[in-house]
Design a protein around this ligand. Sequence first.
Ligand code: ZN
Length: 90
Amino acid sequence: MGNGNKAQMKRERNAKAGTEAKSQLKINVASKTIQCKVCFQTFMCTSKVPELTLHADNKHSKTLLECFPEHKENETKSDNKPNAKVSGKK
Ligand SMILES: [Zn+2]
């Protein structure tokens, strides 16, 4: 009757793999957030520049880049996109 035991072990192993996949998903979600360098408050990656500027100004009387240094890259990237589209061949 060792077969039934084996099947159960397999099932437990599968359940464990499921939780591991879930924790990986959590990491991916975390990397998609924007964090204020001053108070470590997190914002959704979809937060718009005016929202973040408002937080920096109201909470810390600082500029956007002082609270969210990485956000400048995102901004310049999206600025470059329309230009590339215009110069790109069809
Ligand atoms: Zn802050």
